[in-house]
Design a protein around this ligand. Structure first.
Ligand SMILES: [Zn+2]
Length: 490
């Protein structure tokens, strides 16, 4: 058994002739953009466009060798040799996580490639390491997050025994016919197939509830009988608004206790975005928040999505000028509403914009107007009336009843006392500390106002007027957002 490897060798961004391999290191690209496959990375590397470089890129379809083994990659230098693994004693493999690549197949192929290299050098799997082992960096991310490493090593061992061997650094044809384990609903229903795997354990991991694994003869070797549990959107369809709120309110209270994201605001988003749970996407996929397959091009901790179940839908968007348009996009599919709520909150609490939290200040925020403003300002919605719409729903249906209050678990049914400070104008002067160089100044209080082209820079500033979470600078330069992480009152 061997996998086809295409050579596209780069000679820049590496240590020419200085690598003396003693380890095979596994990475993941962490690049979730469409089209970010092995070929795209190999091409970018060849053109000198990548700061980090490796010897191999592998996805579910292709594999590229991008450096000669004797040349050292720029891959694990962040460990500074602390754990004995360096850029000058390692061969580095990067697994692609782009949406077109079947992740588990890519992992399986990376194990084949690793087995081939270990056999070539006559090493056992003690020479097989993660980037994490070289520097404690959280890489390969999904392998770490999903606890796949032990199985990866086991799988590599098995390929080593099967004689996945070297010499195949030149293009080699794949073995035919492949002995693959196929994941389908039934053997006859070949259209339902979601993947084919050389290693049974990988097929089992990829097998969702209601699906089975079949070997190459069509024999059923495993069935995932995990029952669907949790609230189904189809059960919410016939409810009145009052009954729906009673049914889902406690789910949001429970979620706030876990994630710190305010229940009333999430629930208003649920109502608005799912049309009281009746939208096509919610009914079809238990996806109540329009969560797309790719969000912000990154990942966040605690995602409830399995990383692969999607449904394709048409969706309406709105431009800055208010104009509406429609696109077709892939959306996440969840087994139940609870997972949709949990994934949405995990996203709000953990999504990043560069190195900063996209919705900084949201976690633990108890003021629904402030929370809604943080969500809008983080770029969640393109609809310019989004904050007002959320607040109107919260007030009309008293959704704050489901917010977790200090000292109880959210079962208190008395209307919550909220202080509506954020949309009224306050003319009290106060000082803020700005810790970022690039906080932009706008002409008015909100993202609907244009940038002035100026930045505050780091320092302390006097605010002479506050409106909707925005502050007017005493200098007369304009308004700054007060709800971002880099701004604190002093
Ligand atoms: Zn890495």
């Amino acid at each position: 058994m061997s996998i086809k490897i295409t050579k596209m060798i780069a000679k820049t961004h590496c240590y020419i002739g200085q690598n003396h391999p003693n380890y095979v290191i596994i990475h993941e690209t962490d690049n979730w953009a469409k089209g970010a496959n092995s070929r795209a990375h190999a091409t970018a590397m060849k053109n000198g466009n990548l700061d980090g470089t490796v010897h191999y890129y592998v996805d579910s379809q292709e594999c590229y060798q991008t450096l000669e083994h004797q040349d050292g990659a720029w891959a694990v230098g962040d460990g500074k040799g602390k754990y004995g693994i360096t850029n000058k004693n390692s061969i580095n493999i990067e697994i692609c996580v782009n949406p077109e690549s079947n992740y588990y197949v890519a992992v399986d192929r990376a194990a084949q490639l690793a087995a081939m290299l270990l056999n070539q050098y006559g090493w056992d799997t003690s020479h097989l390491k993660r980037h994490y082992d070289a520097s404690r960096k959280h890489c390969p991310r999904r392998i770490l997050d999903e606890g796949l490493w032990d199985n990866f090593v086991k799988c590599t061992k098995s390929y080593m025994k099967k004689g996945t061997n070297a010499g195949s650094v030149k293009p080699v044809k794949e073995e035919e016919p492949a002995k693959l384990y196929r994941v389908r609903k039934t053997w006859a229903d070949s259209k339902s197939q979601i993947g084919a795997y050389a290693y049974l354990d990988n097929a089992k991991i990829a097998c969702p509830a209601g699906y089975s694994v079949y070997d190459w003869t069509g024999k059923n070797v495993y069935t995932n009988t995990t029952a669907k549990t949790g609230t189904q959107a189809t059960k919410l369809k016939g409810l009145t608004p009052a009954d729906l709120i009673k049914k889902i309110g406690p789910l949001f209270t429970a979620d706030q206790l876990k994630t710190g994201v305010l229940a009333s605001v999430s629930m208003a988003q649920f109502i608005l975005e799912s049309g009281w749970g009746k939208s096509g996407l919610t009914q079809k996929a238990n996806n109540a928040f329009g969560m797309k397959q790719n969000l912000s091009g990154n990942t966040w901790p605690g995602s409830k999505w399995d990383g692969k179940s999607v449904v394709s839908m048409r969706t309406g968007e709105q431009k800055k000028n208010g104009e509406h348009y429609t696109i077709t996009a892939n959306f996440r599919r969840y087994p139940c509403i609870e997972d949709s709520i949990g994934d949405h909150s995990a996203y709000l609490a953990g999504a990043k914009n560069g190195n900063a939290l996209r919705y900084a200040g949201l976690k633990g925020c108890k003021d629904y107007k402030k929370a809604a403003t943080i969500i809008k300002n983080g770029g969640y919605a393109t609809d310019i009336n989004y904050v007002n719409q959320l607040c109107r729903i919260i007030e009309q249906y008293k959704l704050t009843d489901y917010d977790v209050k200090a000292g109880n678990t959210g079962t208190d049914s008395k209307p919550a006392a909220t202080t509506p400070t954020s949309t009224t104008t306050q003319k009290k002067t106060f000082k803020v500390k700005v810790t970022a160089n690039d906080l932009r100044i706008r002409k008015g209080p909100g993202t609907d106002y244009a940038f002035t082209g100026k930045y505050t820079g780091k320092g302390r500033f006097t605010i002479v007027e506050e409106k909707g979470g925005w502050g007017r600078l005493k200098s007369g330069a304009g308004w700054i957002c007060l709800t971002v992480n880099c701004v604190t009152r002093v």
